[in-house]
Design a protein around this ligand. Structure first.
Ligand code: VGL
Ligand code: ZN
Length: 202
């Protein structure tokens, strides 16, 4: 059984948003076109408290895109984005969300960032998505969304580790691209065994 996973298609990751991904809104049409192909549709939603540790504004003297070391490793500091309940955290208004069966929120714990749809960045705290998919008999995922080099990448890598067959829909993802991070992410996902596909082929 297959599922579509739409990662973080939220206003703040689209042009005009607080952490805009170049061309982020271009993925909406191909994503909407895919919905009728799936019986199981999942969305993730980045959902941070205002005092979240991933915001540069919460670290004296730090600017967005600098990095800090945390217990769980390196953390990129971001502009304030996807604050719980804000317009920026809402799904893009053109995204068709009525068919979504579950929304997985992530990044709501002040002290842990969360890129992957499966685990928070400590690699330990679970979101519950794996349990949901297992109970639904899902063994193959089609992943679309934002951003290729962060939340999409970690969702794909964790999903592969958990044993799912994973298809990345290349025309329905876009990246932030910090120092070549999109190319690096694509390589990491390919090395880990992702299958690349296009929305028109699904
Ligand atoms: C994301 C950076 C911070 C993403 C979320 O959705 O890729 N990136 N929070
Ligand atoms: Zn975030």
């Amino acid at each position: 059984m297959r599922a579509l996973v739409m990662v973080d298609i939220q206003n703040d990751f689209c042009p005009g948003g607080a952490l805009a991904v170049p061309g982020g809104d271009e993925i909406i049409q191909p994503t909407n076109n895919l919905l009728s192909e799936f019986d199981c549709i999942v969305q993730t939603q980045d959902w941070h408290p205002q005092d979240h540790l991933s915001f540069a504004s919460n670290h004296e003297g730090k600017e967005p895109y600098e990095t800090i070391e945390l217990d769980y490793g390196e953390q990129v500091l971001w502009p304030d984005h996807c604050v719980q309940g804000s317009e920026g955290a809402a799904f893009h208004p053109d995204l068709e969300t009525n068919a979504s069966q579950v929304v997985v929120r992530k990044g709501f714990r002040k002290h842990i960032d969360s890129y992957s749809a499966f685990f928070e960045n400590d690699n330990e705290t679970v979101t519950g998505l794996h349990g949901f998919l297992q109970e639904r008999g899902v063994d193959e995922l089609f992943v679309v969304g934002l951003a290729t080099d962060f939340c999409v990448k970690w969702t794909v890598l964790d999903g592969l580790k958990l044993g799912y067959k994973i298809n990345l829909v290349e025309d329905a993802v876009r990246g932030i691209d910090l120092n070549g991070s999109v190319d690096k992410a694509m390589q990491e996902m390919k090395d880990a065994g992702v299958n690349l596909t296009y929305s028109k082929d699904i």
